[in-house]
Design a binder for this molecule. Structure first.
Ligand code: UD1
Ligand code: CA
Length: 459
């Protein structure tokens, strides 16, 4: 029978050096909060029910962010140290027939392959624990690894407790461990608080296991960058840049043209088809999916949206939670605010805003319009400056425009109102009533000419 692998993710701390009201693990890199990266990695190793996140600071917010992943939570209401944090998981993970991996919620660059290797070593070496270490030129601040003659770890000494000569130890504790659970739980429960700080240090378990005649093996990782825990916003930005670089590089390898890639921001879950071009300073965020042969113009922001094949988004446009069908054009300077459906081959031009609007196939709104809460058919022409008055100060109302209608420039459509198929609205009209199919509606004052007016005024 294979042994159960559990994962405990410690994420209860505030992270004082972030100088933030927000818990550190909620800060984002690569478009995901830090703890999400760690949880995603853990989910590659074991099932969600075997993963417990220890939450404390802003527990409700952290839980909300992680809810979609199905992992479990242990509360550590007061933070009394890493050992204390792990103790909180025993009621949920306290089985004695497997291995438990400890990860930190603020360590998002750790590769899944490294965790796999850790588990493999632990399983094959018949040791009580395996812990990831690395050698740093500047080990200051980290727990240092003390080894015995056999090369096993006999103790971890925290910076503050270093004895003379231990300052020189360059091998540090990453804080990532794999424990045999039959030995972990009894030794963890027996840990004593540090006499100076009153905290229970997980690192003390190494000495306790050694004293019990059990082996703790080091697993040295060469790439220390992977083990980087984020402490400040400077490190956050560095890690964000690494995620962005990886993502954009992968897109390029998969057939997407990215111009000036260092300026482009693409979230990790974004998908883009081949031969699409992403111009400088574009931001493609959230769960966005973009087809092939599209263009995302310079400085555009696309968030949680779907763009079918051949969609052209020109410079400085915004597309939020909207669907844009094949071959449609958007922008420059267009705003698809939210929940829009733009039909195939439709055109949305400069300074046009759409909100909760369906624009049918081939329809056009080329300049300076606001279309809100509207259902617009196919082949409709919406003239420059057309406004749907969808809000009466209390409620939102719908505007419907049938296939092939022509809405003259600067029309004001006072909702609720229906403009039927094939009808025509004269420029500058204020439309308050239904416009029947195939009619011409004029809702404006007639032009008046006053002969000789200029002469009369002078005399
Ligand atoms: C810890 C290790 C140190 C190691 C370093 C690597 C201990 C005593 N020391 O030190 O050997 O070199 O990590 O980065 O373990 N946390 C809780 N509850 C608590 C305390 C911490 O959930 O009560 C969480 C924090 O949110 C954080 C993680 O545990 O994600 C590490 O805690 P931190 O205080 O940063 O430990 P270090 O002092 O860095
Ligand atoms: Ca730390």
């Amino acid at each position: 029978m294979t042994k159960t692998i559990s994962v405990a993710i410690l994420a209860a701390g505030l992270g004082t050096r972030m100088k933030s009201k927000k818990a550190k693990v909620l800060h984002r890199a690569g478009g995901l909060s830090l703890v999400e990266h760690v949880v995603r990695g853990a989910l590659e190793i074991t099932a969600a029910e075997n993963i417990v996140v220890v939450v404390g600071h802003q527990a409700a917010e952290v839980k909300a962010v992680l809810a979609p992943y199905g992992v479990r939570f242990a509360e550590q209401t007061e933070q009394h140290g890493t050992g204390h944090a792990l103790q909180m998981t025993e009621p949920l993970l306290g089985r004695a027939d497997g291995h438990l991996i400890v990860l930190y919620g603020d360590c998002p660059l750790l590769q899944v392959s490294t965790i796999r290797e850790l588990v493999k070593r632990q399983a094959s070496d018949d040791v009580a624990a395996t812990l990831i270490t690395t050698f740093l030129n500047d080990p200051h601040g980290y727990g240092r690894i003390v080894r015995n003659d056999a090369g096993d770890v006999s103790a971890i000494v925290e910076q503050k407790a270093l004895a003379a000569g231990q300052e020189e130890i360059r091998e540090i504790n990453s804080g990532i461990y794999c424990f045999r659970t039959d030995l972990l739980w009894p030794h963890l429960a027996a840990l004593k608080p540090n006499p100076k700080s009153g905290e229970i240090y997980l690192t003390d378990i190494v000495e306790a296991l050694a004293a019990d005649g059990k082996r703790v093996a080091p697993m040295v990782v060469d790439d220390a960058a992977e083990l980087l825990g984020i402490n400040t916003r400077v490190e956050l930005a560095e890690v964000d840049a690494i995620f962005r670089q990886r993502k954009v590089r992968q897109l390029m390898l998969d057939g997407v043209t990215v111009e000036k890639p260092a300026t482009v921001t693409v979230d990790l879950d974004v998908e883009i088809g081949i031969d699409t071009t992403v111009e400088p300073f574009a931001q493609i965020l959230g769960k966005t999916r973009i087809g092939s042969d599209c263009k995302v113009g310079m400085g555009s922001v696309i968030r949680d949206s779907e763009l079918a094949d051949g969609v052209q988004v020109e410079a400085y446009s915004f597309v939020g939670t909207s669907r844009v069908a094949a071959g449609a054009h958007v922008g420059p300077f267009a705003r698809l605010r939210m929940d829009n459906d733009v039909g195939p081959g439709a055109h949305i031009g400069n300074f046009v805003e759409l909100k909760k609007t369906r624009l049918g196939a081939g329809s056009k709104a080329m300049h300076l319009a606001y279309l809100g809460d509207s259902v617009i058919g196919q082949g409709v022409n919406v003239g420059a400056g057309t406004i749907t008055c969808n809000y009466d100060g209390e409620k939102k109302h719908r505007t419907e425009i049938g296939d092939g209608a022509f809405v003259g420039s600067n029309s004001t459509l006072v909702a609720p109102v229906t403009v039927e198929a094939g009808s025509y609205i004269g420029a500058g009209s204020v439309i308050t009533d239904r416009v029947p199919e195939g009619t011409l509606a004029l809702g404006r004052a007639r032009q008046v000419i006053k002969e000789g007016w200029q002469r009369k005024k002078k005399s």
